[in-house]
Every structure is written in C-alpha cells, then in structure tokens.
Design a protein around this ligand. Structure first.
Ligand SMILES: [Zn+2]
Length: 343
C-alpha cells in the first residue's frame, strides 16, 4: 500500500509545475550548493560529479536573480536564530570542498553579480597540505578511461577479475579507511597525486581564504578530513565539527563559523548536534544536503545544484534540479501526513 501511494504521489508530483510548488511547500529561504565550476577539465573532480561550465553557472545565477533575492549567511543566521525577517523568495548560495576554482573562477563571477556566498572548506586540505582520497580516485578513473590497457596492472588489488566499468564502480565505493588501497592503485596506474597536489594546487590557500573574507564572503567548515560522520563515534563527530570550525575561525577571524556535512547528516543524532552548538557558540548553522526538506531550525537543507538526476550522471538545468527537490519534499510531507493520520 505504501509503495503504491508513493508511486502515485511521485507521478502526481511531476505534473505540478515548478512555479506552483512554493504556494504549498512554503520555505522562508531556498539554499543551493555546488562543488566545481570551471571550463577546465578538473580531472580530480569530474568523475565524482559533473563540473559545471561557467556559462551554465551564469545561466543558473540569472535564473535565480530573476526570481529570488540572494541573502548572505549573516542574514540567514539572523533569521534562523533571532527570527529576523527575510525578503520574499530568499536564496542562499554555498560551495563545498574548497577547490581553488572557488577563488579563481566563482569568486569573480559572484562579485560581478553582487551575489553573497558561503564557501565550506575541508580544513586539512587548506594550503594543499593533503589530498582528498576521492580526488585521487577521480585521477585514477581518468587514467583508466584514457588508457584502458592499464587495467590489468591493478591485478590482485581489485576484488576479482573486473571489467573497466566494474573497476570504476569499485573505485568509487572506496572510502577514507581504504586510503592504502587507493594509494596502491595510484602507484600501479602511475598516477602521481603528490606531484598533482604540488603543481596543480587544487585547494584554496590561507591567503585566498583571507582575501575572500575581506571581500565579504563567508567561510564555513566542512570537517577536517571529509569523513562520513555517521560512521564515527560521538566524540569523533564533535572533534570533526568543532576543530574544523575553530581552524576556519583562526584563519578568518569570523565570530561564527557555519558548518556543512560531507555526504549528509543522515543518521546523526540531532541531540548531539544541538549540544555541540550550545557548548561551542562559534559553531554556526549546520548545512545538510536534503534539498528543500524541513529540519530543526539550526539545520539548513540545501539543493545539490550539480546533482545528476539520471543514471547517465549528466548535468541538468537548475530549474529542473529545483523542481525535483520540491517533488521529493512534497512526497515526503504527504507521506508523513498520511502516517500521522493513520496513527
Ligand atoms: Zn564535500
């Protein structure tokens, strides 16, 4: 019965036009987040999610500028914490991971359009001190796609004799605790990630972050190591949140440092998060990835702007991504209402 109802609702949700949704899925603000905008290939990121071409990013900004009013983190914080009013159709923009393109590509565009933005940084990568294990994986996939004859070199590292696509699927599932295996794969494929880190400088530097702060952008934290917090103990979750916010505060001098969850905040105890914010008042609002769904007042859900909506994992126009987010939130709300009526 639940499956049939969900199926029916999902089909009905697609028929509701985007412009109609805000009338019954009412939100004080909508949030979008990106990772990578560039006309360069970004081989360290492009196999993880689509890299957004500059023209498509500008198109998305123009769509938002026509229909929404961009607000800074400070205004969003004041609205969520002190109940201050927001303009109608408020929208907040953010970027996760702290790629250097945030400075070189995104920042000048946002300054041209006078759009405020929050950049969430994984603090261990600032100044290119370390490389994200998933960026190493993307480089390995790039090598395998460019030269599939290198596949047999992985030999016993993979779980069985895998095809190219199956090997790529296996690589994408590797996590931080598998970093030794990832490093071995890099060696076998002659992917010199240390040289890439040194020469390409893929992440923001302290001086770039300080310049962005001086220019009026907000800097947030995105953990120290980009680990999936759900897999950690409460003490480890607290350390990842508090210490990354503390490091950003040290670099920027911001009184409040917002935080965004790598992957998502799914399965993380809201009581623990509430307690962390009470004990460490410099930890600001917490940003998740669940589109336009509702959550606690200190949790801000965001629409993943580059989210591939089809198995081909191609980039979709922002209105389509927003429409999809509204559909998911509406189906969830109706299902929640149905459950409450039943009980
Ligand atoms: Zn991230």
């Amino acid at each position: 019965m639940k499956k049939i109802l969900t199926w029916l609702l999902e089909r009905l949700a697609r028929l509701i036009p985007l412009w109609l949704y805000p009338l019954f899925v009412r939100r004080a603000s909508i949030d979008f987040f990106y990772h990578a905008v560039s006309d360069e290939p970004m081989e360290h990121a492009r196999h993880l999610y689509p890299v957004v071409p500059v023209a498509q990013f500008e198109e998305a900004l123009l769509f938002l500028k026509e229909r929404y009013q961009f607000i800074s983190y400070a205004r969003l914080h004041a609205a969520r914490i002190s109940g201050e009013a927001l303009p109608a159709n408020a929208v907040h923009l953010s970027f996760d991971d702290g790629f250097q393109e945030c400075f070189s590509v995104v920042r000048p565009i946002l300054m041209d359009y006078s759009i405020p933005c929050t950049f969430f940084l994984t603090t261990d990568w600032i100044d290119n001190r370390a490389m994200f294990y998933r960026n190493k994986i993307s480089l390995c996939i790039d090598r395998l796609r460019a030269d599939p004859s290198t596949l047999p070199r992985l030999g016993s590292l993979t779980p069985g004799d895998l095809t190219l696509e199956a090997t790529i699927g296996w690589l994408k599932e590797l996590r931080l605790p598998d970093e030794d295996v990832i490093n071995q794969v890099c060696r076998q494929l002659a992917v010199d990630w240390e040289k890439f880190l040194c020469e390409s400088q893929p992440y923001l530097t302290t001086s770039q972050v300080q310049q962005m702060t001086a220019e009026g952008f907000t800097i947030g934290a995105h953990t120290k190591t980009h680990r999936k917090l759900r897999d950690l103990s409460d003490a480890e979750i607290e350390e990842e949140i508090v210490e990354s916010c503390r490091e950003v505060q040290g670099i920027t001098g911001q009184e409040i440092v917002p935080f965004s969850f790598p992957h998502s905040a799914f399965g993380i105890d809201r009581g623990l998060l509430f307690s962390i914010r009470v004990r460490y008042p410099f930890v600001g609002l917490l940003f998740d990835t669940k589109g336009v769904r509702k959550d606690d007042s200190f949790m801000v859900n965001r629409v993943w702007a580059e989210r591939p909506l089809t198995p081909e994992r191609v980039l979709h126009p922002l209105p389509q991504v927003l429409h999809n987010a509204y559909q998911e939130a509406w189906v969830d709300e109706v299902m929640g209402l149905a459950r409450r009526i039943k009980t």
